[in-house]
Write a protein that binds this ligand. Structure first.
Ligand code: PEP
Ligand code: MG
Length: 595
């Protein structure tokens, strides 16, 4: 399968999203639409293709009816209405008859014919000036995808298992749910044209433990299926048609990296403690259930952020209370006595589900996301709260709400929690009455009201990925904005300092669970600002632990004080790198970016 390299080496530069080096064959994934190969048919195959099409439509109808009934039971008939619109599309004789007519005249397979007719339909809808009708085009494309799935089988589209060689995924974009579906598959790494460093796709790449380079702008135009490519996720490089010399260099570098990973094993069980005795907890962020062994292997002292929304992805129904309870319980028991902080559902923004149809919004990151959505869709929220509470009697479970903007939202969420607790109590269902409840500080409104919030919660967890995005008005998933995404920006550091001080004044602890906690330089700024625990991708824990153990807290506090006086994020990083190197010359020994 390997092609002989007769072309010139090309280096593409993107955003370093998940560390590591991978080398292998490129596989271009056509996203987000289905790949529908053109297949001509013979006259005698026409009736078979029509029958296949009709069967796919009928399967799709039953699938939608099942989802509609389930949602209607769990969330009420209002929420199930969206599926009525989907059923109408399937009952639209014009669409169905047109496909049947075209199969007869064009003599293409059912799926190819359907995809052509569907595209025309969507275009017509999108060109209509009426906003309501325009919106219906998303119903048509959604339903179209479902029918195609029945015609082609999902496996035709993302059948990673069928590859005989390991592959590097190349795509214009990969959604977080697509990224999750790559877990345990023959995937060496991935790269995309769009996406930023803290996009959820980048976060999932880290959980998968594969290198990723995002935001390459037009990589899909340069790379073809089967091309041999190298990706360097530490520096954000992709090397297309590498020369023998480049290949050799990278393979050597890869071996060196593996050696470095191995060398961390000697500090696995050591505490995260500075030379002068400041103790911090190093915890893991958790997205995919199979990650648990990695969490333990890397010496995590607990799970500081369990992003539960990934549990809801890649399925057509919502996880039931029992299913969630069993999953949360298992993790709580496996990690016991270490803490497991379960974050309630954070949907919206760049994370969507097939089972919940959300109206399209102009700016989804500022729309019905996370706690707002949960307060609107209370049955979904209550189901999750019951599952978390029940799991709390099996280990050291805490819970936190995402995207709280101030005390009002916190109280609204806590009112639902209190009611769920009461009902469980009345039924005699066991749970931990004192389960710690915290909020994520990831909206400037929350940071500015941290003193008020601190009176009503047990802990804070700062979500810097969103805090940076909302403070600096920079879309975290937009590669074009990457230069403005400055974690060390004085506004961000001041909000973090304010949050830490408010927490400590109220006698509660504060953690950071955004990507900043796993960045060698920025984690030291956070340490100096007084953050008590750091939660990050499990593979990053040893590096940060080594860094914490190599410094004195008194020095780090002074560096943070100085950093707070600087005017830009870039100045902060330059200052910190220079000063840290003066104290520990080999601090960046294992880090490709700051060497
Ligand atoms: C954050 O915003 O920093 C965070 C940890 O949450 P998420 O990345 O899932 O939005
Ligand atoms: Mg967030």
């Amino acid at each position: 399968m390997a092609k002989k390299n007769t072309r010139e080496e090309i280096v593409l530069k993107g955003i370093a999203a998940a560390p590591g080096i991978a080398a292998g064959q490129a596989f271009l994934m056509d996203q987000p639409d289905f790949i529908v190969p053109e297949r001509s048919i013979l006259d005698e195959e026409v009736p078979v293709e029509i029958a296949r099409f009709e069967e796919a439509v009928s399967h799709t109808k039953s699938e939608i009816l099942t989802i509609r009934d389930k949602i209607s039971k769990e969330a009420g008939t209002k929420d199930a209405q969206i599926f009525d619109a989907h059923l109408l599309v399937l009952e639209d004789c014009m669409l169905i008859d047109e496909v049947i007519k075209r199969i007869k005249t064009w003599k293409f397979s059912a799926e190819h014919t359907f995809s052509l007719v569907l595209k025309r339909y969507i275009e017509i809808f999108q060109n209509i000036q009426d906003e309501y009708i325009k919106e219906r085009s998303s119903d048509v494309s959604d339903i179209g995808r479902r029918v195609l799935k029945h015609l082609m089988g999902e496996s035709r589209v993302h059948d990673f298992d069928s590859f005989t060689d390991d592959i590097v995924i190349v795509a214009h974009d990969i959604s977080p749910s697509d990224a999750v579906s790559m877990y345990n598959k023959k995937i060496l790494g991935f790269l995309t044209d769009i996406g930023g460093q803290t996009a959820h796709t980048a976060i999932i790449a880290k959980s998968l433990g594969v290198p990723a380079v995002l935001g390459l702008k037009d990589a899909t135009l340069h790379i073809s299926n089967g091309d041999y490519i190298i990706i360097d996720g530490r520096k954000g490089f992709v090397i297309l048609h590498p020369s023998e010399e480049t290949k050799h260099l990278y393979l050597k570098e890869k071996d060196k990296l593996a050696e470095v990973e191995g060398s961390f094993s000697n500090i696995k069980d050591a505490p995260g403690e500075t030379i002068d005795g400041r103790r911090v907890s190093l915890l893991a962020n958790f997205e995919i259930h199979g990650e648990l062994p990695a969490v333990k292997r890397q010496g995590a002292e607990g799970i500081g952020l369990y992003r539960t929304e990934f549990f809801y992805m890649n399925r057509l129904d919502l996880p039931s209370e029992e299913e969630q309870y069993q999953a949360y319980r298992k993790i709580a028991e496996e990690m016991n006595p270490h803490p497991v902080i379960i974050r309630t559902l954070d949907l919206g923004g760049d994370k969507f589900l097939s089972s919940i149809q959300l109206p399209k919004e102009m700016t989804p990151f500022l729309g019905s996301r996370a706690i707002r959505l949960c307060l609107e869709e209370q049955e979904i929220f209550r189901t999750q709260l019951r599952a978390i509470l029940r799991a709390s009697s099996h280990g050291n479970v805490g819970m936190m709400y995402p995207m709280i903007a101030g005390p009002g939202e916190l109280r609204a969420a806590n009112a639902v929690l209190a009611d769920v607790k009461k009902r469980l109590r009345d039924k005699g269902v066991p749970f931990n009455e004192n389960m710690p409840v915290g909020v994520m500080i990831e909206v400037p409104g929350a940071a500015m009201t941290a003193d008020l919030l601190a009176q009503e919660v047990n802990f804070f967890s700062i979500g810097t990925n969103d805090l940076i995005q909302y403070t600096l008005a920079v879309d975290r998933a937009n590669e074009k904005m990457a230069q403005f995404y400055e974690p060390g920006h004085p506004a961000v550091l001041r909000l973090i300092r304010r949050t830490v001080n408010a927490a400590h004044d109220a006698g509660i602890k504060v953690s950071v669970c955004g990507e900043m906690a796993g960045d060698l330089t920025l984690a030291i700024v956070l340490l100096g600002l007084g953050v008590d625990s750091f939660s990050m991708s499990p593979t990053t824990i040893p590096r940060i632990k080594r860094a914490v153990r190599s410094l004195k807290f008194s020095d780090v506090e002074e560096l943070a004080r100085q950093a707070l006086k600087l005017s830009t994020g870039h100045e902060v990083v330059d200052f910190m790198v220079t000063e840290i190197k003066k104290i520990v010359p080999d601090f960046y020994m294992y880090d490709a970016q700051n060497k």
